[in-house]
Design a protein around this ligand. Structure first.
Ligand code: ZN
Length: 506
């Protein structure tokens, strides 16, 4: 145990797709007594801000690394999204058309360990020594990855961690209990997409989850490790219900836009689109990102190479409110992301931009706009102050926008677009319409999603407790990337330099 350590072990459990307000609401009703016990005697925050877009990857990967997307040859965790197009590696000279990465495909999900950047480290890789356990935490680089006997059930995933404390010899030849354990339960996410966040089955699963946490606590008490262990609980994002779900397949057909075929390298566009749409188009080839001009004068293969303006076409998708795209002259450490904002009734376009400079923790961004601001920051005294035409750090955006919609979005959008694996145009309907469109196919008609910048998606619970050494604090706000550096500090370990979050103990 390092002299600065407060605990000897940490356990982090990431439960997918649970809003802070929902978890805390159930806690107040007395339905989650075990999680409440951890929270009441430790650190809790009902206003923890996740990354934008609020999608499992990047959000879950950002928790495990404590960093964000970025220009991954130099910094950042390289995985921009659940679905992405591999434009630059193999390098643009390669003759092979870029593949589509889709972590929703179970045969691809473990590739996250290879995809994630060399410049960042998972929580496991940040430990100088000790036993490390991943209980179905797909991003396990550096750890012993255990697939529980019943991978499809939350109980097994948490029970595995209990097991490692009861019978460490089963997992490790030195027979020592794990220094860092991370469990990940995706089941809550599946239920939201299938049935919704109001559904009793979803709520009951959270209540059951609390019971399994209770058994884990009992095992730790029984084996004498409870007082020396910190238990961290966090979610990757919240959720929303769209007002309407629309099938976009015929829209693209009418426009002559043919979906990209990664085997042949043919087609006009690739897209995945919940309520936020991520569009890729070919530039000089599919290996290259297009310039703005190429997207304004785009030859559509389904219309005998007729030239169209893609920016205008995408604005015809119903309920589109925001559009983002990068400037042609962007460099990894300075550049511009253009914003187009469509007025709700007049459909009049207003332009704005986010300028960025610097990397990682030192990144600064400046947000300017035509007319009134697009995020209603002006409606609030604290957030209005940051609209001062100056560059600001992530911490400054967090301080100014944590309490309203679109928290830290100005910091997050450039981090996404800096990544060479990012798309070319983002559009958002802000949760009004959902499309569930993936690579040419409308997947389902579920109105439940998560990707937008509103609070219902962006605010998650943040809890650390267990050991009496953990201070009793209620935080006004924090961010998901603060979890790993806080747990590492409790262990007396200095986080890797790539970690952008910071320990909330300081
Ligand atoms: Zn998720």
């Amino acid at each position: 145990m390092s002299h600065s350590a407060k605990v000897n072990q940490v356990i982090l459990i990431i439960f997918d797709n649970v809003r802070a307000e929902h978890l805390l609401g159930l806690m107040k009703e007395g339905k989650l007594p075990n999680i409440a016990q951890i929270a009441e005697n430790g650190i809790k925050c009902a206003n923890c801000i996740t990354s934008y877009p609020a999608i499992t990857f990047p959000c879950y990967g950002n928790i495990v690394t404590g960093s964000y997307s970025g220009y991954y040859p130099k910094e950042g965790n390289a995985v921009p999204l659940y679905h992405w197009l591999n434009r630059k590696d193999p390098p643009a000279t390669s003759k092979k058309p870029p593949f589509i990465r889709n972590y929703g495909d179970r045969s691809q999900v473990l590739k996250i360990n290879k995809d994630i950047g060399k410049n960042v480290k998972t929580i496991f890789e940040q430990a100088p020594e000790g036993n490390l356990l991943s209980s179905l935490c797909y991003l396990y680089r550096g750890a012993f990855f255990v697939v529980p006997e019943h991978a499809s059930d939350v109980e097994s995933i948490i029970k595995n961690i209990s097991d490692a404390f009861e019978n460490p010899g089963k997992y490790y030849s030195n027979k020592e209990v794990p220094l860092i354990s991370v469990g990940y339960t995706y089941h809550t996410d599946d239920l939201v997409h299938e049935k919704g966040f109001e559904d009793p089955e979803y709520i009951n699963l959270i209540i059951e989850f609390d019971k399994y946490i209770g058994s884990l606590m009992n095992t730790l008490k029984k084996t004498g490790y409870y007082d020396s262990t910190a238990i961290g609980l966090i979610s990757d994002h919240g959720n929303f219900k769209a007002k309407k779900v629309v099938d976009l397949e015929s829209f693209f057909q009418k426009k002559g836009l043919i979906p990209y075929n990664p085997e042949k390298g043919t087609g006009d566009f690739d897209c995945n689109f919940g309520s936020v749409g991520f569009f890729n188009f070919p530039g000089d080839s599919w290996q290259h990102h297009p310039s703005i001009r190429q997207m304004q004068n785009f030859k559509v293969s389904g219309l005998q190479k007729q030239e169209v303006n893609l920016f205008n076409i995408l604005c015809e998708i119903p309920e589109v409110k925001y559009m983002y795209y990068r400037d042609d002259n962007n460099k990894p450490d300075n550049g511009i992301i253009h914003i187009e904002y469509l007025e709700k009734d007049s459909k009049k376009k207003r332009y704005g931009m986010i300028e960025y400079r610097g990397f990682g923790r030192d990144q600064q961004t400046k947000y300017t706009f035509e007319g009134s601001d697009f995020y209603q920051y002006n409606d609030n005294e604290k957030s209005a102050k940051i609209l001062d035409n100056k560059f600001h750090t992530l911490e400054e955006w967090l301080e100014a926008t944590n309490h309203i919609d679109f928290p830290i979005i100005v910091d997050q959008i450039p981090r996404y677009f800096k990544n060479p694996r990012s798309c070319d145009i983002i559009i958002s309907t802000l949760g009004d319409y959902g499309f569930n469109y993936e690579h040419g196919v409308t997947q389902n008609a579920s109105p439940y999603g998560h990707d937008i910048g509103l609070r219902e998606c962006m605010i998650v619970p943040f809890i650390i407790g267990g050991s009496p050494e953990i201070p009793q604090v209620e935080l006004e706000y924090c961010k998901t990337t603060d979890m790993v550096p806080t747990l590492l500090e409790l262990l007396g370990i200095k986080p890797h330099s790539s970690v952008i979050g910071k320990s909330i103990l300081n």
